[in-house]
Ligand binder design. Structure first.
Ligand code: 0L1
Ligand code: MG
Length: 262
């Protein structure tokens, strides 16, 4: 793929994120033939641009990790992107809706590894043996594409819609919980909007980290110790509005919350 085209497409999604402007998906007109491999080249360029501007990677995130979403998009693999420092929201803090285009939230289970994991061949058991802590998290996704309308390559080139993350501070050892049956409710203003269990994430959230390590191995990278890893949404994502009080309550992992203002 031509280097100028990679740059053009990365500029396209980057500009939309910075200006909080909806754009038409890349595959609509700009470059309909975009493949998954090419989309990761665009994502790499996008990440390079953010790093050059002084933003820092906090950790990787997995997306499209539910069987339903994978079937709907007709893919066998989930996707990955990165959470940056400017996306992090402290527990109990407020976000401004005007900092986003059309944000949605999804509850997730996060992992922190005690040692690097390098694929191929990483198994969920390897992940659990290498996990220092698991923690509750809420991800804010904000596709830069109109109406969240995209193909898989489009969303990869948009850093998998990453826009915000609340990393809960209730850290637990992985062996203290059965992560596939950890339940979560996602409430807005005290009303439950969605619920699910850890098994919604590729059968077990540790599978998600293993898949990440094995996908990163294809480009000679690994999952690094100490970085918070978002494993994927446990429920469908729920749209946010000003005035919302968002809370996620986890069996055995506590609660996390934040506010949404104008
Ligand atoms: O974190 C995610 O699962 C989001 C992946 C992108 C799909 C979306 O924006 O709905
Ligand atoms: Mg997510």
């Amino acid at each position: 793929m031509d280097k100028n085209l990679i740059k053009e497409l990365a500029n396209y999604t980057h500009h939309a994120e910075k200006e909080k402007q909806e754009i038409l998906k890349i595959t609509a007109e700009l470059y309909p033939e975009l493949t998954i491999e090419e989309a990761y080249l665009v994502q790499e360029e996008l990440i390079k641009q953010k790093l050059e501007k002084g933003s820092k990677i906090i950790g990787p995130k997995m997306g499209i990790t539910s069987e339903a979403k994978m079937k709907q998009m007709n893919v066998d693999d989930p996707i990955y992107g990165y959470v940056f420092d400017y996306m992090v929201i402290n527990e109990g803090d407020s976000i401004s809706i005007s900092d986003y285009i059309h944000p949605k939230v999804e509850p997730e289970i996060g992992f922190i590894l005690s040692r690097d994991l390098e694929g191929p061949g990483v198994t969920p058991l390897d992940v659990l043996r290498s996990t220092e802590y698991v923690f509750p998290a809420i991800e804010i996704i904000d596709s830069r594409y109109e109406n969240f309308n995209f193909t898989l390559p489009d969303v990869i080139a948009d850093n998998t819609s990453a826009a915000g993350a609340v990393f809960g501070t209730n850290l637990k050892r992985p062996e203290s919980l059965e992560l596939d049956v950890v339940g979560v409710t996602l409430s807005i203003n005290g009303e439950i909007q969605a619920l699910g269990a850890g098994a919604a994430v590729l059968g077990h959230p540790a599978n998600s980290v293993a898949r990440l390590a094995n996908m990163l191995a294809k480009k000679g990278e690994k999952v690094k110790a100490g970085q918070p890893i978002l494993t994927g949404g446990i429920t469908a994502a729920v749209r946010l509005s000003p005035g919302d009080y968002v809370s996620a309550k986890y069996g055995g992992l506590g609660d996390i919350s934040f506010f949404v203002k104008e």
